[in-house]
Design a protein around this ligand. Structure first.
Ligand code: CAO
Length: 415
């Protein structure tokens, strides 16, 4: 079966996490992704957080599946010529260098357009144009400047960053959408274009509901679904909401049987209005179904803390999986807090290809997250990440270089 992006060639000039997330997705959709790495060193993540001596780290292998690796010194004049040949051959150049690095290398937008007017140049940067555009940015910086940290955590504690890599992988996802959209537009215009996904913008996009709440707060001074209501105080900015649900369906994390010893013996419980009567029946508070203090969503808002305390008395008598089973029988929305260990062992995630075991010639077998986006006509086949420079000769030959030329470039340190 063919793949959605068969025939699309990507010059992958990415490193660390944000850019590689994007190009890995494109590779899974069938693009030929040629990762250009610094000769002798490669993507810095190859050696970061190493768990097997001498083997590419999981950090690298889990972000670079299905790609080919070529090593080119793009600051060497002859190496630059090889990169030019690649630019002429590829459809998209993806990069996430520090601002200005590509220009300093001599590959400005104008120069790339001269070489290939159909080329799409896609970049991840920390910030968009403005006072911070020259700054280098990593994941947690993006979470802080994009509004996530100020709205995450508990009211009486400091801002908190989340384990979900919304700054890096989140922005990589945004960039991938920009790239396929630009490819689609190119089918009509014949022209390439620049695609920019700034990490601050990507995080803010994911924090859209918090900018919604900022405006609600300014208008009404209070947000009744926040845990600060009715006894706490609201300031000028959206406060941290603990584990409160983001929308109009109040939720909270509740203890389950075993919570004293197991840090993940908890369940997320949502008091969804349409199933309120069922919730009352399940927890044994049938009278709340009709009591004026509890029967309507508005009446419940000032009492959420007490309501969740009562529900928790019930969840603490069940394991998180028992609670999940019982609540699901009644269509009550909930979800167990799954540990990474439980996720790694989850059979259903393995069956769908969301968790995949991959073999690697140096490190052996390891687990990875497969393609979370499933296309019925373009199935994903997860292949191991490339060794450093594994495909240099192969790609050089495809570019038309002879054996002698390849050897000479290698001797010159260009590749
Ligand atoms: N041959 C020769 N030189 C190469 C090369 C190659 N194949 N590939 C890269 N280089 C050079 C670049 O040209 C650059 O040189 P100059 O500084 O002289 O212009 C240099 O390597 C380093 O690039 P960098 O500045 O991007 O790398 P860094 O480690 O200092 O910074 C990071 C890393 C991530 C902070 C920065 O790249 C950045 O802000 N990127 C944009 C935002 C982003 O993606 N952040 C998320 C990263 S994932 O957590």
């Amino acid at each position: 079966m063919g793949k959605a992006l068969d025939g699309v060639r990507i010059l992958d000039f990415t490193h660390v996490q944000s850019g590689p997330t994007c190009t890995q997705l494109l590779a899974w959709f069938g693009a030929d992704v040629i990762k250009v790495e610094r000769a002798g060193a490669g993507d810095i993540t190859r050696e970061q957080l190493r768990d097997v001596p001498g083997a590419d780290s999981l950090y690298f292998t889990m972000l670079n599946h299905n790609k080919r690796s070529v090593t080119i010194d793009t600051k060497n004049p002859e190496g630059k010529l090889v990169l030019e040949a690649l630019i002429q051959k590829c459809d998209v150049l993806v990069e996430n260098f520090a601002p200005g690095a590509l220009d300093r290398m001599g590959f400005t937008w104008e120069r790339i357009q001269e070489l290939n007017p159909r080329m799409i140049v896609a970049s991840v940067k920390g910030f968009g144009p403005g006072p911070y555009e020259d700054c280098k940015v990593y994941e947690n910086v993006a979470q802080c400047v994009g509004g996530a940290a100020s709205t995450t955590g508990f009211d009486d504690g400091p801002p908190v960053v989340t384990g979900a890599q919304i700054g890096d992988s989140g922005t990589g996802l945004h960039l991938a959408l920009g790239i396929v959209t630009a490819l689609y537009q190119r089918t009509m215009t014949g022209r390439g274009q620049k695609v920019l996904a700034a990490m601050q913008d990507g995080v803010l996009n994911l924090c859209r509901v918090k900018l919604r709440d900022q405006q609600r707060l300014e208008r009404t001074g209070v947000m009744k679904e926040y845990p600060q209501y009715p006894n706490g105080t609201f300031g000028e900015a959206v406060p941290r909401a603990g584990n409160a649900s983001g929308g109009g369906q109040p939720g909270w994390i509740l203890k389950c049987k075993g919570w004293e010893h197991d840090p993940n013996a908890y369940i997320y419980f949502i008091t969804q209005a349409p199933v309120w009567v069922k919730i009352c029946n399940v927890i044994g508070r049938e009278e709340w179904a009709t009591h004026p203090d509890y029967a309507t969503p508005d009446a419940r808002l000032p009492r959420l803390k007490d309501i969740f305390a009562e529900v928790e008395r019930w969840t603490m008598t069940k394991t998180k999986f028992e609670a999940m089973e019982i609540l699901n029988e009644h269509d009550i929305p909930c979800g167990p807090i799954l540990s990474m260990k439980e996720i790694a062992e989850d059979e259903s995630l393995r069956k769908t290809g969301t968790v995949v075991e991959v073999d690697h010639p140096v490190r052996g077998k390891y687990l990875t997250v497969g393609n979370p986006i499933k296309l019925s006509d373009s199935p994903t086949d997860v292949k191991r990440s490339p060794l450093l420079g594994e495909h240099t000769d192969e790609v050089m030959a495809e570019l038309g270089y002879s054996r002698e030329q390849i050897d000479a470039l290698r001797t010159a340190g260009a590749i």
